[in-house]
Design a protein around this ligand. Structure first.
Ligand code: ZN
Length: 67
């Protein structure tokens, strides 16, 4: 089976290792943001999507999560 976002083989989740790692990083940072900013998940995703520092892998994952 392939990753939902690219042609690589997927892991036990629906994503490949790279996209899975990006996803886990997004969740990890969200936990910190919730503590500091009391932001909700959708707003958080919009914010990091707009952020030019957000990497390509993470942006693809955001598109996937939002669907
Ligand atoms: Zn992938």
């Amino acid at each position: 089976m392939k990753c939902k976002l690219c042609k690589r083989e997927k892991t036990e989740k629906e994503l490949c290792l790279f996209h899975k790692q990006a996803y886990e990083k997004i969740v990890e940072v969200y936990v910190q943001w919730v503590d500091a900013l009391n932001i909700n998940w959708e707003d958080y995703l919009s914010e990091i999507e707009k952020n030019s520092l957000t990497g390509k892998w993470a942006k693809e994952v955001i598109e996937f999560i939002k669907e």
